[in-house]
Write a protein that binds this ligand. Structure first.
Ligand code: NAI
Length: 277
């Protein structure tokens, strides 16, 4: 499981531990990985830690080698590591764009590239769950690059599901709405439009728990669901509208952009600060 040292990954690791699983905890943050490993052990699981940057293909190749050197099979691969960046696309740096796509989309692709062929040959069924986002089903203004990367994760998962009809390996994509994890506060906000404190306060009020996403990951694995929406309040109505009437959805998206800039931008101005610009 990638992105295991925090938020959704940590909650999923602990849930898997309660099912008695051996869990390979993968993250770039070494210190937090050790803390999660202790918790996994306390819950009855067997942790193995790997400090890996998922956006580095050589490191992902080594990870797959290490996992399959110790274990004959992977029952569940969870490509979950992710980062965010907020602001209009025009205000993003090239580094923002490359990192966001590199971790969220390419990181997922590297996981698939190095694990899938082995999982197909491991002699028992496996399952792969990719964490996308509601922003992977509906384009979100001020999150365009993140949204594009997550749309890629959804599209790829559905294509893989179609390509692997023999069921040797199953594929799911989990699309959470707003979840109370550190990613919201840690994502840089470009262009000085957005007040991070306000995002934090709104998130605390409306967000669902990382444990609810962990349950959805387990459910996707156990029941082999393909697209799973969690915390649907901010996702499902817009997703349905987009499918029923793309033009109406585009209009709604413009209204959302204006509203976000008014609410979040106004708050940043009142606070008299440019945030993480
Ligand atoms: P989080 O910030 O709590 O956890 C993300 C983890 O990924 C962190 O431990 C971080 O160190 C790790 N990570 C970041 N870059 C990495 C890299 N290059 N290599 C390896 N590990 C790396 O955030 P959260 O919310 O648990 O995010 C998990 C996934 O859920 C992400 O893919 C995120 O995009 C997605 N998501 C989160 C939502 C939310 O509202 N929290 C909503 C929709 C999707």
């Amino acid at each position: 499981m990638t992105g295991a040292a925090s938020g959704i990954g940590k909650a999923t690791a602990l849930l898997l531990a309660r099912h008695g699983a051996k869990v390979h905890l993968v993250d770039i943050a070494a210190d937090r990985l050790i803390e999660v490993a202790d918790l996994v052990r306390a819950e009855g699981g067997e942790p193995v830690t790997h400090v890996v940057d998922v956006s580095d293909p050589a490191a992902m190749a080594e990870l797959a080698d290490a996992v399959f050197a110790g274990d004959a099979a992977v029952d569940l691969l969870h490509n979950n590591a992710g980062i965010g960046v907020g602001g209009r696309f025009i205000d993003l740096t090239l580094d923002d764009i490359q990192r966001t796509v590199g971790v969220n989309l390419l990181g997922t692709m590297y996981g698939l590239h190095y694990f899938l062929p082995r999982m197909r040959k491991q002699g028992r069924r496996g399952h792969i769950v990719n964490t996308a986002s509601g922003a992977g089903l509906v384009p979100i203004p001020l999150l365009g690059t993140y949204s594009a990367a997550k749309h890629g994760v959804v599209a790829l998962t559905e294509a893989l599901h179609a390509e692997h009809a023999d069921g040797q390996v199953g594929f799911s994509v989990v699309c959470p709405g707003v979840i109370d994890t550190p990613i919201l506060r840690n994502s840089p906000q470009r262009g000085g439009l957005v007040d991070v404190d306000l995002i934090d306060r709104l998130a605390k009020r409306f967000a669902a728990s990382p444990e609810s996403v962990a349950e959805a990951v387990w459910d996707a694995y156990a029941r082999r669901k393909v697209v799973v929406v969690v915390a649907p309040l901010f996702v499902t109505p817009a997703w349905w509208l987009r499918r029923l009437s793309p033009r109406a959805a585009q209009f709604g998206s413009r209204l959302t952009a204006v509203a976000l800039e008014q609410v979040l931008g106004g708050a940043a101005e009142r606070a008299g600060k440019k945030v993480n610009a």
